[in-house]
Design a protein around this ligand. Structure first.
Ligand code: GLU
Length: 262
């Protein structure tokens, strides 16, 4: 049984890129789940969550109940983080963005410079404002070589691809990679479909699954739907939100046809 999910963040209205991601997940899944990635409580808004349900239903999608909300999952994230911590794989990092940029010479990752490891191995009390990072090299030494399946092909995991990623922050029980791995396993997701911009993230996510003895889903990253200038749609670009298209009289069938044309 193939179980897929669509996992939007309620920080804006859904646009064509989200519609495509949701349709791909729906079509690939025999069971299709919805997860609201509202862990960033400073940015998530109930109004956007309500709009997600409305817009997806308008597109003609149905999903299984219950919907999982990350804001209700803090206990599960804390328990998981505690396990990684007990394995000696978590360290507090007090660097600001500026510190990281100024460290220079750090290897470049997919999204800018990787964390240079300034706080790794430094004993410091967890007080004040800090992030908790994964010691990726130590983690990789524990798991040994890993792989994941992308569109049915085997990909060797590069555990250092994103460096020592942030797992949580003092004020946030889990950052993206930790939350997604815990929740995909909790929801029994067997096939993760999502935009190809998240392919690099799969390496560290597979590492976390192995450390935590979680089942590894298969992956099928899909192309991104780009605007006329070839850029990713932005949440600020109101013209392509599903609500705006609906208000202009565009039908769900027309949107599906547009997205499904090669
Ligand atoms: N919430 C993420 C996003 O909006 C998706 C995460 C995932 O599919 O792994 O891009």
């Amino acid at each position: 049984m193939i179980v897929t999910r669509f996992a939007p963040s309620p920080t804006g209205f859904l646009h064509l890129g989200h519609a495509y991601a949701a349709l791909v997940a729906r079509e690939a899944g025999e069971r299709f789940l919805l997860r609201i990635e509202d862990i960033d409580t400073g940015r998530a808004r109930g109004e956007f969550e309500a709009a997600i349900f409305e817009d997806l239903a308008w597109l003609g999608l149905d999903w299984e109940a219950p919907v999982l909300r990350q804001s209700e999952r803090s206990a599960a994230y804390a328990e998981t983080l505690g396990r990684l911590d007990a394995m000696g794989l978590v360290y507090p990092c007090f660097c600001t963005r500026k510190d990281i940029a100024a460290a220079g010479g750090a290897p470049h990752g997919d999204e800018g410079p990787l964390y240079p490891g300034t706080c790794r191995g430094v004993q410091r009390a967890r007080t004040g404002s800090y992030a908790l990072r994964l010691d990726a090299a130590k983690a990789a030494a524990m798991t040994g070589p890993l792989e994941f399946f992308e569109h049915g092909r085997t990909v060797a995991v590069d555990p250092l691809r994103l460096g020592d990623v942030v797992l949580a922050r003092k004020e946030m029980p889990a950052a993206y990679h930790l939350a997604v791995v815990v929740d995909d396993a909790f929801q029994g997701v067997t096939l993760v479909t999502r935009g190809e911009d998240l392919l690099p993230a799969t390496h560290v996510q597979r590492l976390l699954q192995a450390l935590l003895d979680l089942p590894a889903p298969a992956y099928a990253h899909h192309k991104l739907i780009l605007d006329a200038q070839g850029r990713k749609f932005s949440k600020r670009d109101a013209s392509v939100t599903l609500r705006e298209l609906r208000a202009k009289g565009v039908s769900p069938a027309a949107i599906r046809a547009q997205l499904e044309s090669p």
